[in-house]
Ligand binder design. Structure first.
Ligand code: CP
Length: 314
């Protein structure tokens, strides 16, 4: 794995390799010491050009736990704020020869541009536009397997604004590739075309989509990516698609996932979000270990490791 640009392009073996490796890091992930010396002497640049709480914090922790030299790039205080283009910023970064660049961008395809423009760096996609959010899907799959013991054959229902969701796209690729049965439901205006090609079954009625589900993934409405005219009112949305305790009772005692940030009373009730079937905070905890496994795997495939100048284990 030279880069992690998306789940599309990953093999089932590569994805399972990350999921199998992550438990190794779970003890270290949530404690400050001891660190693991896998990224000693390597710079991990965090280039976050869109807001993020969970992904940014957990990549920073993961890099620190692996002994990297972290470099944070804050767009507001960078030259991007003075009119410099993304491409020029990428070329500027390239001249400093970073080892690993973790990028979050509102533009679909930005990580691919970086991978092309910074030939020395390995690029990890931390969410690009409406395209992909591969590490979120990996931590979601990890969480499902941790709680249900398997992914193949698990009935997963994904509810929400699927059209604008990179989390949905990455999860659809990953969960179907690993043999899960994925159903989805949302307002017809927010369902993307080509769901059949993704191997996902769209259902118009939430009750039908929830029946027999073992895992339910709730996604928020991405107001920032759409025109006001296609957004249902919050009250309307909650009435039709909000996950309440009553609706959750239609499932097979399903675990409830949400990538965050949550909009309580819009896509999910507080009773569900804070209830016994919710694994939302466990997703966040698992995110650090999964991202450590991704960084370690990327380091192993680094040209520096391959040339023998430096072993991936430090
Ligand atoms: N899940 C996720 O991407 O959350 P953040 O936007 O807070 O990183």
């Amino acid at each position: 794995m030279r880069h992690l640009l998306g789940i599309r392009g990953m093999s089932p073996e590569e994805a399972l390799g990350i999921l199998d490796e992550a438990p190794r890091y779970q003890d270290v992930a949530n404690q400050p010491v001891p660190r693991v010396p896998i990224l000693v002497g390597r710079t991990v640049t965090h280039l976050f050009m869109e807001p993020s709480t969970r992904t940014q914090a957990s990549f920073q922790l993961a890099a620190k736990r692996l002994s990297a030299e972290p470099l944070s790039f804050v767009p507001k205080s960078s030259s991007l704020n003075k009119g410099e283009t993304f491409l020029d910023t990428a070329r500027t970064l390239a001249s400093m020869a970073p080892d690993i660049v973790v990028v979050r961008s509102g533009e679909s395809g930005a990580p691919h541009v970086l991978a092309r423009e910074i030939p020395t760096a390995q690029v990890i996609n931390a969410g690009d536009g409406i395209s992909e959010h591969p590490t979120q899907a990996l931590l979601d799959a990890f969480t499902i397997r941790k709680h249900l013991g398997r992914i193949a054959g698990v009935r997963v229902t994904i509810i929400g604004d699927l059209l604008h969701s990179r989390v949905f796209r990455s999860n659809a690729h990953l969960l179907t590739m690993l043999g899960a049965e994925v159903r989805c439901c949302g307002p017809p205006t927010l369902l993307p075309p080509g769901l059949d090609r993704l191997g996902v079954r769209p259902l118009l009625h939430l009750e039908e989509a929830l029946e027999g589900a073992e895992a339910v993934m709730v996604l928020r409405i991405q107001h920032e990516r759409m025109h006001a005219s296609v957004i249902p009112s919050e009250r309307e949305y909650y009435r039709e698609f909000g996950l309440t305790m009553e609706r959750l009772a239609l499932t097979e005692g399903a675990i409830v996932l949400h990538p965050g940030p949550l909009n309580r009373g819009v896509e999910i009730s507080s009773e569900v979000a804070d209830g016994p079937q919710s694994v939302i905070l466990d997703q966040v905890r698992n995110g650090v270990a999964v991202r450590m496994a991704v960084l370690a795997e990327i380091a192993r495939s680094s040209p520096r490791s391959r040339s023998g100048r430096e072993g991936a284990d430090g």
